[in-house]
Design a protein around this ligand. Structure first.
Ligand SMILES: Nc1nc2c(ncn2[C@@H]2O[C@H](COP(=O)(O)OP(=O)(O)OP(=O)(O)O)[C@@H](O)[C@H]2O)c(=O)[nH]1
Length: 385
């Protein structure tokens, strides 16, 4: 996959919609992370108010964490994070307050309270198990434990007499157990997420293939495989739809039944395949004469049905004449030149699909017996005209 295109990093212009949505989500998550920071800030303020932590340490901690939050915010705003392997920068967001928390814990005067600050700054690691893999979580746990060990060493150096080794070891052990468990659970979750992602990708691929197959099926179901125009079932369906519409709106509707003249001769002289080519070319010629509301289908072997909505009998006759001339002047080889006979019928109030088609068929028969290469109107209309 191509990396996201960034035209102007400082405005986000040119960023894809999906990336934009992800960036907004990252900023929202970051703002939610502020709540965790605020809890630690409150605790430090309380410690300072109770005289267990110098005010300047609390001030430094609050200032430094607020500054790192502002830096992350700026990075997301400028979309600089998109160049990183993990654009959410989860590892660094979770890691950043840990050294500062450990440093602040060094100044806590009440020994029993010391582990509380590192514990609180490590809490965001719980959220990180949803995003990080085992290796990154172990790295995070390792960094925390090394930092905590260094903190204990520094305190032991400062006040060797007041250092309760057994107590500190138990606290350290508890941290190790907690952190390792977090890493293991996190690894398991990230594996599940990975599998889920893979399955989603598979599912999307299968859906795309299914859609393609469905589209092909639809075409197969309604198209004549030789000519590519509607098959008999579909063109009759279209006629039924147009019948309904014309009845409701009292609109004109005509149909033309076309038959290629002496088509048997083409087959006999040039073979069935040459006959197929002629049928395809005739279909293309007919299709080229259609309006977007007209429908054309292959009714039988060398028979075609043309549905002409909004066309009264006279209009349909003119259209049929144009069609007949178009087929006649089709550029086929000398021996494969063909003509068509056409029967035209128009909708009457008491018509069904069958009676309408039957009248067009009867008119076609008249055209055939009348000498072919001609257009005939339905019997009664022809005699009336
Ligand atoms: N090549 C080809 N021929 C077809 C196809 N379907 C039907 N035919 C042929 O079309 C011919 C129709 O012949 P007839 O019904 O005798 O009609 P005609 O020769 O066109 O004569 P008139 O309709 O009376 O002008 C037959 O030879 C069929 O085999 C097709 O899909 N491909």
């Amino acid at each position: 996959m191509k990396p996201p295109r960034i035209e102007r990093a400082n405005t986000g212009a040119g960023l894809d919609e999906a990336i934009r949505a992800h960036q907004a989500l990252r900023l929202r998550r970051m703002r939610m992370g502020l709540v965790s920071h605020a809890v630690v800030w409150l605790l430090l303020v309380l410690c300072s108010a109770l005289g267990m932590l110098p005010w300047w340490v609390t001030g430094c901690y609050v200032g430094a964490t607020a500054l790192t939050q502002a830096v992350f915010h700026r990075i997301f705003r400028l979309h600089l994070n998109l160049g990183f392997r993990d654009p959410s920068m989860t590892f660094w967001q979770v890691f950043a307050p840990i050294p500062m928390g450990l440093w602040a814990a060094y100044f806590v005067t009440e020994p029993a309270l010391r582990p509380v600050i590192p514990m609180l700054v490590a809490i965001p690691a719980i959220y990180a198990i949803l995003a990080l893999g085992t290796r990154q979580l172990l790295r995070l746990a390792g960094a925390f434990l090394v930092g905590y060990l260094l903190l204990q060493l520094a305190i032991w150096q400062r006040e060797p007499g007041g250092f309760d080794l057994a107590h500190e070891l138990i606290v350290l052990l508890a941290f190790i157990v907690l952190m390792v468990q977090l890493a293991v659970v996190g690894g398991f979750i990230s594996q599940l997420r990975h599998q889920l992602h893979e399955r989603n990708v598979d599912l999307r691929r299968t859906m795309a293939r299914l859609n393609e197959a469905n589209a092909e099926l639809e075409v197969l179901a309604e198209r004549d495989p030789l000519t590519g125009i509607y098959n008999r079932r579909r063109v009759l369906e279209r006629l039924e739809e147009e019948l309904e519409r014309s009845r409701r709106g009292k609109l004109a509707l005509s149909v033309c039944m076309l038959d290629v003249d002496h088509f048997k001769k083409v087959n006999d002289r040039h073979g069935h395949q040459a006959g197929d080519v002629v049928l395809r070319e005739v279909a293309t010629t007919l299709a080229a004469t259609l309006r977007c509301t007209d429908s054309l289908g292959r009714y039988g072997g060398e028979e075609f049905l043309l549905v002409l909505p909004h066309a009264p009998l006279e209009g349909a006759r003119e259209k049929a004449e144009r069609v007949r001339r178009a087929v006649r002047s089709r550029r086929g080889g000398e021996d494969t030149a063909v003509t068509v006979s056409i029967g035209v019928a128009t909708l009457r109030p008491d018509d069904t699909l069958d009676t309408l088609v039957a009248r067009a068929d009867a008119a076609l028969y008249e055209a055939k017996t009348g000498g072919r290469d001609r257009v005939m109107l339905e019997p009664e209309a022809a005699s009336a005209g």
